[in-house]
Design a protein around this ligand. Structure first.
Ligand code: C5P
Length: 232
């Protein structure tokens, strides 16, 4: 069973306010899942909500995808580390120096979150990346940026479950792969394009599964989470 060692499901808390977030969180157990706070929730509720999640015993993935000059990103990563989050991420396309500065900032912190890179947003097509000047297949750009992220000292990358087995082969088993685009058997696909089931993603080598609406939009989110765990 996947949950024996540590929870590998990260629930994306894509809620608009603290009250609705905590209605769900107060039904969850930190032994069974981790929590992801993204841009909307963080902009609305800020560090005080993260503190409330920590006080309830949860590990938090702060999904703010930092991308700026190296000093600024390093300072933001330091602030995230000081907040005590478990995982934080930066855009790998910010370049080697930016990622190395982020790594150094985290290494200097008393608490060291996992530092994860975002490669190519899954919302971008071949044509979209050509339009910003990259004449390359998205999969090749993912592979290039994941390698750069590893060389720059990052702990892993966010990727599609379909990219997991190639990236593990190229970058080694220890390089952490975090995968959204996961849908339990029978769940609505919604706006995700290329999906795998949780069991398929884990057996391909995914380390952590980011799952939002199949749990958060379910009329019985706890049953939905338990069903996913049982499928794994
Ligand atoms: O509801 P759903 O399971 O689609 O939520 C997936 C979560 O993962 C969302 O918070 C979304 O922003 C995030 N995400 C994603 N695809 C990426 C990166 C992050 O779906 N490539």
């Amino acid at each position: 069973m996947m949950q024996v060692q540590e929870p590998r499901i990260i629930i994306a808390l894509d809620f608009k306010d603290e009250a609705s977030t905590l209605v769900l969180v107060d039904q969850l157990k930190p032994e069974l899942c981790r929590l992801k706070v993204g841009k909307e929730l963080f902009v609305r509720c800020g560090p005080s909500l993260v503190k409330k999640l920590h006080n309830r015993g949860f590990d938090v993935f702060l999904d703010l995808k930092f991308h700026d000059i190296p000093n600024t990103v390093a300072a933001a990563c330091q602030a995230a580390a000081d907040m005590g989050v478990w995982m934080v991420n930066v855009h790998a396309s910010g370049g080697r120096k930016m990622m190395e500065f982020a790594r150094e900032a985290i290494e200097k912190s008393a608490h060291k979150p996992l530092l994860i890179g975002v490669t190519v947003l899954t919302s971008l097509s071949r044509q979209d990346i050509a339009e910003i000047g990259l004449n390359i297949e998205p999969a090749d750009q993912v592979s290039r940026l994941a390698k750069l992220a590893k060389d720059s000292g990052l702990d892993g990358v966010v990727c599609s479950p379909l990219e997991v087995s190639d990236l593990k082969q190229q970058l080694g088993q220890e390089f952490c792969l975090v995968t959204p685009g996961v849908r339990p058997v029978g769940a609505a696909i919604g706006d995700q394009q290329r999906v795998m089931t949780p069991a398929e993603a884990l057996s391909a080598g995914s380390d952590y599964l980011v799952i939002g609406r199949p749990i958060t939009a379910n009329s019985d989110p706890i049953q939905a989470l338990n069903d996913i765990i049982a499928q794994c």
